[in-house]
Write a protein that binds this ligand. Sequence first.
Ligand code: CMP
Length: 144
Amino acid sequence: MKLFAQNTKVEALKRIPLFEDLSRKELADLAKITEDVEVPEGKVLCKEGEIGREFFVIIEGEAEVTRRGKHLATDRGGEFFGEISLLEHSPRVATVTAVTPLRFFVLTSQDFRHLLDNNPKVERKVLQALARRVLALSKDPATA
Ligand code: CMP
């Protein structure tokens, strides 16, 4: 279901730190290829061990990241997840579940790659988050 008109979607994308360096035109192009979705609390968006095909950017709500059933992090509005599996064509390292009603944007794997290829500043932000997450995973004896 489409939740936003194009203009509102551009405004929503503009408020997300990951996209803060994009021009109005780039935001408008991004708005055309992102799908806006709303799911209820309890919906599983990424399943640990499964191949990933999508990248998620939270607009509103909270999602819990767990690995082997243990809490790793809570992602909120403006944050993103799903990048690890797409960058490496690898299985999801964690499960991500909506813990409140969740609104988010989704990019397909192909559009995500295209976005990074064309926007080095977006790519750097994704890679910084990836590094932080890999460090968190490797430091936690319960999940490593
Ligand atoms: P991916 O492996 O594709 O799917 C599960 C996602 O959970 C993963 O990408 C990251 O986006 C996210 N994730 C993994 N570890 C953490 C963490 N420590 N903090 C926040 N998000 C994480």
